[in-house]
Design a protein. Structure first.
Length: 181
């Protein structure tokens, strides 16, 4: 009896009857403050109005590769073929680059270059979009306003003095165009 009950409980995991209503994928190209990139996001439907899932993108920042990995939340309402939504994103931006900056010398009045590592910290974003659904696929456009945080060493001791950096914040406008399936 226990085996039969377990089989009945697990039976819905083997069916694909509602897969086109419960899962959505978004593949897109994006303009990220003048840089071109692309991404992939997957959503699981909750309560017919909320989609939540992971996402990953590849783009660039100041000529270096930037890979945001994030959780995506969409609140949407479907009108036959048209589906407007608002979305929020929160995640980590995979970014690491060695930077060189000139700092004043403590003696002589000149400048000395120092090198340090700047890496990605976290990011957040909010935006809106609209999808137009055909049978099993559709197209969408969206806009997301993002804020990125970058981590640098708190201070570097150089030539008998300490150079302080702190956290760097950057905001970006992201326009996307893609396919939803």
């Amino acid at each position: 009896m226990k085996k039969l009950l377990c089989c009945l409980l697990l039976l819905p995991t083997l069916g694909f009857a509602q897969i086109n209503k419960l899962l959505s994928g978004y593949v897109y190209v994006m303009a990220h403050d003048g840089s071109i990139g692309g991404g992939l996001t997957g959503n699981v439907e909750l309560f017919n109005a909320i989609g939540i899932g992971p996402g990953v993108e590849v783009t660039s920042f100041e000529g270096r590769t930037l890979m945001p990995v994030f959780a995506d939340l969409k609140v949407k309402h479907r009108f036959k073929y048209l589906e407007p939504y608002i979305n929020g994103q929160f995640g980590y931006n995979v970014y690491s680059v060695d930077r060189t900056e000139n700092v004043p010398l403590s003696t002589g009045g000149g400048q000395q270059p120092i090198t340090y590592n700047q890496s990605g910290k976290f990011f957040y974003g909010a935006g809106a979009g609209v999808a137009w659904h055909f049978n099993t696929m559709g197209v969408f456009v969206s806009y997301v306003y993002r804020g990125y945080k970058y981590r640098s060493p708190k201070s570097i001791a150089e030539d008998g003095q300490s150079v302080n950096f702190g956290t760097r914040s950057v905001n970006a406008n992201v326009f996307t165009l893609g396919v939803v399936f």
